[in-house]
Design a protein around this ligand. Structure first.
Ligand code: CMC
Length: 378
């Protein structure tokens, strides 16, 4: 049994130049750049370039990348129809999976070093169209193809929310896209890698990743964390709620704890800053931010001894809610950003480190048994 690492804890399945995490000290870097600096000084498009080409772009490289994204928003009508054919109360990630399965049947081409990156950029552009239309279909609005604008974040907000966002909102969306863009090899990225290891196509890797992301222990946590704040209702209820739910019933505090971080998740700090900023203009959002702060204080008091702190999903929901997204979209917004990390990792794996991922299971059942005829069993 000593050969088994439960949950693959501390198992390294690849090398990477994409993302560095120091979980002891709460450091996260993409390609050597601190996450705080990337959010402060760059855009999601620049981070796409960093992840796919190894460095931040020059002005002309950025222009070229933006043009490629702008050209990739168009997706075939059949894919949009598929999203709209599902009932409005369908799960948003399930709808994304459906759309990506359809895209895989249309664009799932063999891996090729000469166009893997271009394909990845197209996939990210299409993801924006898919997520915007998942929201619109669920809200009973007409389908849309995002229009090119100054930025990916702005085009996405405009197309999904049918309004022109403020500069502050665009900056917050862009920050969120960067913060969720990659995180080394969590469950979803590992699912994508396993899929790529069979040389399945890039879109199928995203379908596998989406399926893994959806669970409440991973990407689904942002929705669950925010639902806690809604359940609490008013800041003055936080303490009683925490005592009943977390201390006495021993429920997990959602948006807290992490396999790698044993201190405050650096992304949570940045999300908190944007949550505070954006929620100031909206009474309900301000209330939820205040509840979140109280829960955070109680959580840290209770769990810091076990080195359990807020993770990235704790405050992101307040940002998404302040932007006007319904709770059921939070995981899809995470997924939109993370398509970058998924495709960047599978490209890195397929191009430089490819080998079929085929682990073993240690057999512990009966070693050999004789079949008893059915009438004699029992
Ligand atoms: N609330 C209460 N107790 C917790 C929590 C939590 N959020 N997280 C871990 N623990 C406790 C757990 O009960 C266990 O205690 P004991 O040793 O006494 O049995 C101990 O910590 C270890 O838990 P584990 O589940 O073995 O640890 P893990 O490394 O698998 O945990 C985790 C990682 C994310 C699954 C867990 O912290 C968790 O369930 N958190 C809540 C869900 C969440 O916020 N997920 C988002 C993760 S970060 C973003 C992402 O990947 O999407």
């Amino acid at each position: 049994m000593s050969q088994i690492s439960r949950g693959l804890e501390n198992v390294f399945i690849k090398t990477t130049s994409l993302t560095y995490i120091d979980g002891e000290n709460g450091i996260l870097r993409y390609g050597g750049y601190d996450i705080e600096d990337l959010v402060e000084h760059t855009s999601f498009e620049e981070v796409i370039h960093l992840m796919l080409y190894g460095d931040l772009p020059t002005k002309s490289q950025l222009q070229k990348l933006k043009s490629s994204i702008d050209e990739s928003y168009e997706v075939p009508q059949q894919v949009i129809d598929m999203i709209y054919s599902l009932p409005k109360d369908s799960d948003a990630i399930g709808m994304m999976e459906t759309a990506f399965s359809a895209l895989s049947s249309l664009y799932g081409s063999p891996w090729n070093k000469n166009n893997n990156r271009e394909n990845a950029i197209k996939l990210i552009g299409r993801a924006s169209t898919v997520v915007a239309n998942v929201l619109r279909a669920k809200e009973g609005k007409k389908p849309i193809i995002p229009e090119p604008s100054e930025s990916f974040a702005k085009s996405f907000l405009k197309s999904s929310l049918s309004r022109t966002p403020s500069n502050e909102e665009v900056k917050a969306m862009d920050a969120s896209l960067i913060l969720y863009a990659d995180h080394e090899v969590p469950a979803s990225t590992t699912a994508a890698l396993v899929t790529s290891s069979t040389l399945s196509d890039m879109y199928s890797c995203v379908v596998a990743a989406l399926a893994a992301l959806k669970g409440p222990l991973h990407g689904g946590a942002a929705e669950e964390a925010f639902k806690q704040f809604v359940e609490i209702g008013e800041p003055q209820n936080a303490e009683t709620w925490f005592r009943n739910k977390i201390t006495e019933q021993k429920s997990r505090l959602m948006g807290f704890g992490h396999r790698v971080y044993k201190t405050y998740d650096p992304r949570a700090k940045i999300f908190k800053k944007y949550a505070k900023l954006l929620s100031e203009n909206n009474d309900n959002a301000r209330k939820y931010f205040s509840i979140a702060q109280s829960v955070e204080d109680l959580g840290i008091k209770t769990f810091s001894e076990k080195r359990i702190y807020p993770n990235t999903d704790f405050y992101s929901g307040v940002v998404f809610y302040s932007l006007g997204f319904p709770i059921y979209m939070f995981t899809s917004l995470f997924a939109l950003s993370r398509t970058l990390g998924w495709v960047a990792h599978v490209i890195e794996y397929v191009e430089d480190q490819h080998r079929l991922i085929r682990p073993r299971a240690l057999y512990i059942g009966p070693l050999k048994r004789e079949i008893v005829p059915i009438e004699l069993r029992g």
